[in-house]
Design a protein around this ligand. Structure first.
Ligand code: HEM
Ligand code: HEM
Length: 291
């Protein structure tokens, strides 16, 4: 059920972002695709230029979304008093939503022309968004509690033992298949992983994992499991493989995540600093949107 709620939540966020993008692009495509010199004569110019009614609004709303997206996540993560306010991972998804849709609106605000010092803010924003996707990739590979705290080795090994116990005692999976799975999921396999060979290791490991799953599926065919039980066994085997992959790569991922923070945060700061200067300058020049 929890999984279902999370899926609906993610779908609603993703769908809202995608629909917004398509609508804005559809309405403005004829303007944004014009060469800069011809835009002035377009009937849409007064609406969609960076200081136009809509163009300006995109900048304001997009920037507010990023401010809310960053501050809400940081407050929820750091202030103890709010630690019961929803799971941290939902707040992270919300951060990702606001900080993807916000930059998208800012992109439309610029009307695809990136001049002046504010372009540093724009490109920093692009760097933060792109690095964000890399960060999320690493983040989900570090096992955590529901509240977002990193899990210790003891808990992880306990989980692994529970999976083996389930397969052996509840589902009575054949010893041969269990041995195969056990051999594959031994952490020694990851001893040679380093930051340098991580990408190729991940690809190799993914295909080896699939091969083992295929072998386990074949070994299950011999026994007369019903469809539901068969699917449950495969799900547990998949979870066991994923868990051990995470255990094996934990130190490498933690190290990578520390480096990643050094990248994501400074670009966010540069972006916001120049954005505030930019806003100050535009207000000083008399741009007030609808006010
Ligand atoms: C990270 C956020 C933002 C970025 C990256 C950004 C970027 C830009 C860029 C590239 C331009 C076009 C510059 C040009 O025509 O040469 C522009 C223009 C403008 N921006 Fe922003 N902007 C941001 C946020 C905002 C916000 C929050 C406001 C208002 C409160 C705003 C108000 C304006 C105005 C009024 C113009 C037109 C200035 C003119 O025509 O001289 N921007 N912005
Ligand atoms: C303009 C856009 C963005 C800004 C300004 C921004 C800014 C930030 C900031 C300030 C933090 C907190 C760092 C800390 O706690 O030390 C953070 C964390 C994070 N952001 Fe972003 N972010 C943006 C977009 C994204 C996107 C698009 C993604 C993913 C697709 C993302 C993924 C993450 C992740 C995984 C964390 C780490 C969470 C943690 O360590 O608890 N961010 N971001």
């Amino acid at each position: 059920m929890r999984n279902f709620v999370q899926r609906v939540y993610l779908f609603v966020l993703f769908f809202t972002g995608a629909v917004l993008f398509v609508l804005i692009l559809k309405e403005g495509f004829s303007y944004y695709s014009l060469p800069l010199a011809k835009r002035f004569f377009s009937p849409l110019h007064n609406l969609l230029k960076p200081s136009g009614k809509l163009g300006h609004a995109y900048g304001i709303i997009g920037s507010l979304m990023m401010i809310v997206g960053v501050s809400s996540y940081m407050i929820r993560k750091r202030v103890k008093r709010f630690s019961r306010l929803g799971k941290l991972k939902y707040w992270l998804e919300f951060h990702i939503f606001l900080c993807t849709v916000g930059p998208m609106l800012v992109l439309f605000h610029t009307a695809f022309k990136f001049n002046g010092i504010v372009s540093i803010s724009f490109w920093s924003m692009v760097a933060v968004v792109l690095s964000g996707f890399v960060g999320r990739f690493i983040y989900v590979r570090i096992p955590r509690t529901i509240q977002g705290q990193e899990l210790g080795m003891k808990d992880l090994n306990q989980r692994d033992e529970n999976y083996t116990k389930l397969l052996r005692e509840k589902y009575r999976v054949a010893e041969k298949a269990l041995n195969k799975l056990d051999t594959f999921t031994r952490s020694e396999r990851f001893k040679k992983v380093s930051l340098g060979n991580l990408p190729s290791y991940l690809v190799k490991d993914y295909f080896e994992g699939r091969k083992i799953l295929r072998e386990i599926k074949l070994s299950l065919v011999v026994t007369d499991y019903n469809h539901k039980t068969y699917r449950e066994i495969i799900k547990i085997a998949k979870n066991k493989i994923a868990l051990n992959r995470r255990i094996g790569m934990l130190e490498t991922m933690r190290q990578l995540f520390r480096y990643w923070h050094v990248f994501h945060l400074p670009f966010a700061i540069i972006m916001f600093l120049i954005m505030f200067i930019h806003v100050g300058v535009t207000i000083a020049f008399g741009y007030r949107w609808i006010f």
